[in-house]
Design a protein around this ligand. Structure first.
Ligand code: C2E
Ligand code: CA
Ligand code: CA
Length: 662
């Protein structure tokens, strides 16, 4: 993996190659370093690195040229290109971006900052690889084999597709193919190695949404290298959702079975689980609203499932739409995490679907089975189907587990543990930067809660709050987080003294009698200035009683805090709120912010929201900005502040300090 020590890292530095190389090597990177631009692209490719560092300090023109030469190779490998520049050379930064750099770090910087920047870049690269795995149709899929050094490099997209994350080798790649396909592949490799300049072969792909692919092989002019481009069949210009639609069905079931067979054969790791998710009442939607609405709804449902699965189980999970409105998900994981996934999927699918002018409430039934030692794909699928049938027959249960007593829901288990977790200090906070669109400066942060669970690792805020609701600990949790955040922020180093701090308030907070006084006392006791606080509220937090909420917010605002309305643009956003409430900021929900690079219609919606917010004098913050094109489009529409992985994920105070220092 790219983000972990021992991964390769490529560094091109005209003047300080050895210093940078030893610094990175000291942090565990396998460094391949160059001092000259000539041949750098080739060396980068054969290094297998996902991140290239180009040190343009004191040599801006050479740096830009090198970035231009290498960016194609970097991009094709889903990588990141980190440019080091001298502070003040703003023109160089723009030129470097233009030439394809994805990240930059301005000097002077400390060793720690350099390593941090490399890690950020590596995480960016990992994320790109994950994105490709999730939406693989347009990902560059390909590989390059050096016949002389016998090294193979896969694009991250292809590595994800073939589930190869250790040393890639031709043999490992061939092993991923069915026997018949393997014979065709070997023949094609022979042809091209025997100096035939180009050939191709087709095979079935494990990649659930792609089906069959063609591999185009090409021998380079010197005969020393084979380049392959992997092309999903019939995928060309269709939007991903439609493609997924057209490919759903029998072919996916086939590749799912192969996926399961392969995973069952390999016993290493956590137990393999399979779940079948069936949407309730879907036929009714099809009948009532027509096929087009039904199809749109299915792709939103799949998107919701994808989001949960990628978030909780990573990229090595199988997600397939089977026939009709049933989805298959399979992954290796400990049981408790799987249970949480089931619960989150059930929750995600219970939310209403908005399609055009209509709103449909569906919900789902889920069957779950864990693989037994002698299971085949067929027997596992049979048991999970039986579990689904049981769930369907039940009046109350959303979920059934094959061959198991129905135990406590996982969220209930977590709820039981939450009290201790609070006492043990396992609930902490990360900070996500909010960045000025016009200056690029970090102007504030949002505090986001995390649970460092002993067994499950980090648990995200949504699951944490769901557990708190189950345990009736919402207020206790809120109190705890507010105390932790305020105490930390009051002790922030001077470097962070200019930042605003955003805190999320829950519906329970707002409904609490006397909350304003209690909260303001708490703020004052911490020593953090009220005037640097922003309170984020969601509409669901307000819906209970708009009058009370509005009065509460007025008090807080009158006391110096600012107020943001969160997640705007999802669900039933109401314009009435905007007028009725004392607000300073409007936060555009991440889904809407990300849609801006989608259809023209999406863009018009975003434009409308931004225009309206600005005409009400609100500052617009876009959330979930992950890519430069999204940021550019949002900036063009007049969005003033953004937040999202493009700048940083939620990070620790130390990491934040390092980031702000740049
Ligand atoms: P939110 O307030 O909308 O917070 C933003 C969420 O988006 C965070 O999820 C953040 O990690 C995620 N995010 C940020 N940038 C990106 C991006 O570029 N792409 C994507 N896909 N996601 C991004 P998180 O931390 O899991 O929090 C989820 C929700 O839980 C928050 O949504 C908020 O409603 C609630 N929450 C989190 N921490 C607290 C807290 O301390 N108190 C309260 N009351 N609620 C909290
Ligand atoms: Ca928020
Ligand atoms: Ca939000």
């Amino acid at each position: 993996m790219t983000g972990t020590p021992n991964a390769p890292l490529f560094i091109l530095s005209f003047r300080q190659r050895d210093e940078l190389a030893s610094l990175a090597a000291g942090a565990g990177w396998q460094v391949v370093a160059a001092r000259r631009a000539g041949g750098a692209e080739r060396r980068f490719l054969s290094s297998g690195a996902a991140v290239a560092v180009i040190d343009a300090r004191g040599a801006p023109a050479d740096g830009v040229n090198a970035a231009r030469t290498m960016s194609g190779a970097v991009e094709a490998n889903g990588g990141a290109l980190l440019a080091l520049v001298s502070r003040g050379e703003a023109a160089t930064i723009a030129a470097l971006y233009g030439a394809g750099a994805t990240h930059f770090l301005a000097s002077p910087f400390s060793e720690a900052e350099f390593l941090q920047a490399v890690r950020f870049a590596a995480r960016h690269a990992e994320r790109m690889a994950r994105e490709w795995a999730a939406g693989p149709v347009f990902a560059p899929l390909g590989w390059r084999y050096d016949l002389i050094s016998r090294t193979l490099i896969l694009t991250p997209g292809l590595a994800a597709l073939l589930a190869i994350d250790d040393e890639p080798s031709v043999r490992a790649m061939l092993r991923r193919l069915d026997r018949g396909d393997r014979i065709a592949a070997v023949a094609a490799l022979r042809r091209v190695s025997a100096n035939r300049p180009a050939t191709a072969f087709a095979h079935d792909s494990d990649l659930t949404t792609v089906g069959r692919v063609v591999q185009h092989l090409q021998l380079d002019a010197e005969g020393g290298r084979i380049d392959a481009v992997v092309e999903p069949l019939g995928s060309a210009p269709e939007p991903a959702a439609e493609l997924r639609e057209s490919l759903a069905g029998a072919r996916d079931a086939g590749s799912a079975r192969r996926w399961l067979t392969r995973r069952l054969a390999d016993e290493a790791g956590a137990p393999l689980h399979a779940m079948l998710i069936a949407l309730n009442r879907f036929d009714m939607v099809n009948t009532a609203y027509g096929r087009a609405t039904g199809d749109a709804l299915l792709s939103s449902a799949q998107k919701r499932i994808d989001d949960v699965v990628r978030d909780m189980l990573g990229r090595d999970a199988l997600i397939v739409r089977l026939s009709g409105s049933t989805f298959l998900v399979a992954a290796r994981s400990i049981r408790l995490r799987i249970d949480l996934v089931v619960e989150r999927i059930a929750h995600a699918l219970a939310r209403p679907f908005v399609t055009g002018d209509s709103i449909a409430v569906l919900g789902c039934r889920i069957g779950l089975a864990e693989a037994l030692p002698d299971d085949s794909a067929a027997s596992l699928l049979r048991r999970v189907s039986e579990a689904l049938a049981d769930a369907r027959e039940s009046d109350t249960a959303t979920m059934r587990v094959a061959d198991a007593e129905q135990g406590d829901a996982p969220i209930d288990q977590l709820a039981v543990e939450l009290n201790h977790a609070l006492e043990r200090g396992e609930i902490g906070v990360l900070y996500q930067p909010q960045v000025s669109v016009s200056t690029g400066a970090i102007v504030g942060v949002e505090a986001l809660a995390r649970w460092e669970h002993g067994v499950l690792g980090t648990i995200g805020a949504e699951t944490l709050f769901a557990a708190a609701a189950r345990a009736d600990l919402e207020i206790g949790l809120s109190d705890h987080i507010q105390r932790v955040v305020l105490a930390q922020a009051a002790a922030w180093p001077v470097a962070l003294a200019g930042l605003r701090l955003s805190l999320n308030l829950t519906a329970a907070d707002i409904a609490r009698p006397g909350f304003a006084d209690l909260f303001l006392d708490r703020v004052d006791a911490s020593g953090f200035p009220r005037t640097r606080l922003t309170l984020e509220i969601t509409e669901s937090g307000l819906i209970e009683d708009l009058g009370i909420a509005s009065a509460l917010l007025s008090v807080l605002r009158g006391a110096g805090c600012r107020i943001a309305i969160d997640d705007f643009g999802t669900g039933y956003s109401s314009l009435a709120y905007l007028k009725a409430l004392p607000l300073d900021y409007l936060k555009i929900d991440k889904k809407l912010a990300q849609d801006i690079t989608g259809s023209a219609r999406d863009r018009i919606v975003v434009r409308g929201v931004i225009d309206m917010a600005r005409s009400l004098g609100l500052t617009v913050i876009a959330e979930g900005v992950e890519t430069q094109p999204q940021l550019e489009a949002l900036a063009a529409e007049g969005c003033q502040i953004y937040q999202g992985f493009l700048c940083a994920e939620p990070i620790s105070v130390e990491a934040l300090e390092a980031l702000v220092a740049r």
